[in-house]
Design a protein around this ligand. Sequence first.
Ligand SMILES: [Zn+2]
Length: 86
Amino acid sequence: MPMRMYREIETKERKLKEVICNQCGKRLKVEDGILKEGCFHSEYPFDYFSKKDGFIYTFDLCEACFDGWIDGFSHPAEITETREYL
Ligand SMILES: [Zn+2]
C-alpha cells in the first residue's frame, strides 16, 4: 500500500487567450498564454476625488496606439530605463 495517497482536485487555471487593442482593434500576438508583443495594459481604479470614483477602467493598447496617445501629450511623458530585465 502506498504511503502517500492523493485525491484529485479540479483547478481553474486561467490562461491568456487573446488580447485586442481597444483603440484600433488589432489582435496582439499571444502564444501559449504569453503576450509576445508590446502592450499598454490599464486596470485603473479612479478614487474619491474623481467623477469616476468607484469605476475601474480596463483596456489594452497596442504599441502603435500607445505611441499615438502619448505623442499627443502637451508635456512629454517621463521615460526612465528599467534597471532589471525580466
Ligand atoms: Zn492599436
